[in-house]
Design a binder for this molecule. Structure first.
Ligand SMILES: [Zn+2]
Length: 261
């Protein structure tokens, strides 16, 4: 088992709690401050995949590489994914689609079309429930494995790339990913658009291009009034990537790991 910062955290936190319980009052006050610091570290580990706290998460490529990864989460969505595929095709770009397995089962043709055009299909869990982040290891393992089975039935290949819902991590999901042999993928550039729900942030999509960036976008249809803006911004992002001389690649290619088993 690969030791991660969480394992050292667990050891020192346990010693801190033991000290609070057993040592005199003066030492206890100091140790309570240390315990609060531990709490802050844990929260950062949960909310920030880049911290690598629970597991290795691929969040950025080499900045000198001129490569960039376009990633789309939460689809497929027949109301917008085909339009995104069309834009990407016009630029000759490939992207990585982190699909929700239940949606992939509902719209298998979109996944197969994306795969046929050279895009990567990756796993974004079974249902993308917010409860996904409070599962124990056994349930996380079962549901992610079920997601992989569904996606495999849809595209004929078992994904090896996984992105946790909302980008939150914990020791249970980390353990499940390790058992399933999956690579965890984060990102380092996003607008935090709330799944295409926040127009001011959607309008910043075109500014996300950067060498080595893993750009996180959503292929979920926004409310009708925002739809044209989302597509225009994705188009503008592609134009910016072209102007900067960057080369979009699949996540597996950027990190030289297998995208499929
Ligand atoms: Zn998501």
């Amino acid at each position: 088992m690969e030791l991660k910062p969480f394992h050292y955290w667990l050891l020192t936190f346990s010693l801190t709690i033991a000290g609070i319980v057993t040592l005199p009052t003066a030492a206890r006050i100091l140790l309570i401050i240390v315990a609060v610091g531990h709490g802050a570290l844990l929260v950062r580990g949960i909310v920030d995949l880049k911290s690598q706290f629970f597991c290795t998460a691929r969040c950025a490529g080499p900045p000198m590489s001129q490569q960039v990864c376009l990633t789309f989460d939460d689809g497929p969505d027949p109301a917008i994914t085909p339009d995104i595929l069309h834009i990407l095709q016009r630029y000759g770009y490939v992207a990585t689609f982190f699909v929700v397995a239940r949606k992939a089962a509902q719209h298998p043709d979109i996944c197969r079309r994306a795969l046929a055009k050279g895009h990567t299909i990756a796993c974004h869990d079974l249902t993308h429930s917010y409860l996904s982040n409070v599962r124990f290891t056994g349930r996380a393992y079962t549901e992610i494995k079920q997601a992989l089975t569904i996606i495999t039935e849809v595209i004929g290949r078992r994904p090896m790339l996984y992105r946790p819902p909302v980008g939150l991590m914990n020791p249970h999901i980390a353990r499940a990913l390790s058992r399933l042999g999956l690579h965890c993928v984060g990102w380092n550039r996003s607008t935090r658009d709330g799944g295409n729900r926040m127009l001011p942030k959607i309008r910043r999509i075109a500014t996300l291009a950067a060498p080595g960036a893993i750009i996180m976008l959503h292929d979920v249809a926004p409310v009708a009034a925002y739809r044209a803006e989302v597509l225009a911004q994705i188009e503008a992002l592609c134009a910016a990537i072209k102007q900067m001389g960057l080369h979009p690649v699949g996540v597996g290619d950027m990190f030289k790991v297998a995208s499929y088993a």
